[in-house]
Design a protein around this ligand. Structure first.
Ligand code: HEM
Ligand SMILES: *[C@@H]1O[C@H](CO)[C@@H](O)[C@H](O)[C@H]1NC(C)=O
Ligand SMILES: *[C@@H]1O[C@H](CO)[C@@H](O)[C@H](O)[C@H]1NC(C)=O
Ligand SMILES: *[C@@H]1O[C@H](CO)[C@@H](O)[C@H](O)[C@H]1NC(C)=O
Ligand SMILES: *[C@@H]1O[C@H](CO)[C@@H](O)[C@H](O)[C@H]1NC(C)=O
Ligand SMILES: *[C@@H]1O[C@H](CO)[C@@H](O)[C@H](O)[C@H]1NC(C)=O
Ligand SMILES: CC(=O)N[C@H]1CO[C@H](CO)[C@@H](O)[C@@H]1O
Length: 324
């Protein structure tokens, strides 16, 4: 009865493939089938993050890309085969990494509970745990019970992953197509407090914004001068710069004060200031306590996008391959 109600509400509110399908995710889904799963994932992540402080950023972006293409179904983890080019082999996958960490955790989980815990859940839990290491407590709640998809198509990435060149309207529409609100958009953009971006994606803002050798006027001039010392020419496509100067491994609320000072890295960041409603949300999120609470809620919604549950999908044996 309750689930029928939920389905009806979901269809009315967001359509079948929206966030509401997360309604069938549960707290501690593996409590009986693999009671140690969440602990193993957490222990492994502690080790991996201490060896690689960039890992939280890598996993956070990987999880986001997984959820925005075919829902959070682990499709981003699949490798291409003779007959199929997978999501991870599309252009926006630049610098996606962390795959080997997920595979390593999956091996450890398989060793104690074979064929039980999905790759989609492992990625979701591992992301939460990685971002949470510095806080020494889980930053958001992860419901579980996702199952793995068996399709990963390179051609679906461009239509689903937002581009760093998107304007406000495009960003808002992209998030809405995933059942996420403008508020989620501004809150989740705060993920750009950690990690790096490639010069290739901001070079136009620095050197050729309108095709006349000019600079993006929505970028702070002094910050642009600094960025030019890193991204030294239009032809530099390999160098990376911190998303957030000085705090690229520290998850905090610095994204917002920087954004408000016109120091957002990409056009898509700057675009959040072009409308009053989103600019006002950004101003509120300067408050770190508020940001952390909102981020937790939006991550829960992100992690529920288009999930496969019940008997849909499968539990992959190997996160890189569909079961044969
Ligand atoms: C709002 C639309 C978004 C756009 C247009 C966007 C775009 C990008 C781009 C272009 C990069 C740099 C990739 C590279 O040069 O290697 C990046 C990095 C990153 N993004 Fe986003 N992103 C968006 C939203 C998100 C969301 C919702 C999350 C997670 C909740 C996220 C998390 C990250 C992280 C952590 C990095 C750093 C990755 C690293 O250090 O390797 N982004 N994003
Ligand atoms: C690729 O497709 C062909 C023809 O449909 C099939 O015979 C072959 O087994 C497939 N190969 C793989 C690796 O799936
Ligand atoms: C994926 O699984 C569905 C449902 O189990 C099945 O109908 C479909 O053929 C599978 N697709 C691939 C590419 O394996
Ligand atoms: C945003 O970009 C789209 C696609 O390029 C364009 O049609 C639209 O006019 C742009 N919107 C604004 C407000 O610039
Ligand atoms: C700047 O952009 C314009 C228009 O896209 C292009 O014609 C020109 O070659 C670019 N300049 C450089 C130095 O690449
Ligand atoms: C999983 O599949 C990948 C890709 O084929 C392979 O390289 C890897 O060794 C496999 N892992 C295990 C544990 O079999
Ligand atoms: C990390 C990863 O899988 N990178 C791939 C991204 O896609 C290109 C092709 O567009 C591949 O060459 C990379 O290996």
């Amino acid at each position: 009865m309750k689930s029928t109600f939920c389905v009806v509400v979901c269809v009315v509110l967001v359509g079948f493939h929206g966030v509401c399908e997360g309604g069938s995710l549960r707290k501690n889904f593996y409590k009986n089938s693999c009671p140690e799963a969440e602990r193993i994932i957490n222990t492994k992540i502690q080790q991996h993050v201490s060896a690689n402080p960039n890992l939280p950023a890598k996993l956070l972006r990987l999880h986001f890309h997984d959820c925005f293409v075919r829902g959070c179904d682990g499709s981003i983890l699949l490798v291409s085969t003779a007959n199929n080019s997978a999501e991870k082999d599309s252009i926006p996958n630049l610098t996606l990494s962390g795959f080997e960490v997920i595979n390593n955790i999956k091996d450890a989980v398989e060793a104690i509970c074979p064929k039980t815990v999905s790759c989609a859940d492992i990625l979701t839990l591992a992301t939460r745990d990685a971002v949470s290491v510095q806080f020494k407590k889980p930053l958001w709640e992860v419901l579980t019970g996702r199952r793995d998809g068996n399709v990963s198509n390179r051609n679906e990435v461009f239509a689903n992953i937002p581009s760093p060149f998107f304007n406000f309207t495009q960003l808002k529409q992209n998030f809405a197509s995933k059942g996420l609100t403008l508020h989620d958009l501004v809150v989740l953009s705060g993920a750009h407090t950690i990690g790096v971006g490639h010069c290739s994606l901001l070079r136009n803002r620095l050197y050729n914004f309108t095709g006349k050798g000019d600079q993006d006027p929505s970028l702070d001039t002094r910050y642009a001068t600094f960025l030019k010392t890193k991204c030294q020419s239009l032809s530099d496509i390999t160098t990376t710069v911190d998303m957030n100067p000085g705090s690229s491994t520290n998850f905090n609320t610095n994204y917002y004060p920087n954004l408000l000072q016109k120091k957002g890295l990409f056009s898509s960041d700057a675009a959040l200031l072009t409308h009053k409603q989103s600019a006002d949300i950004a101003k509120e999120l300067v408050d770190e306590a508020k940001f952390l609470v909102e981020f937790a809620q939006s991550m829960k919604r992100l992690g529920a996008i288009g999930v496969l549950t019940g008997s849909a999908g499968e539990i992959r044996n190997n996160c890189s391959l569909v079961n044969s």
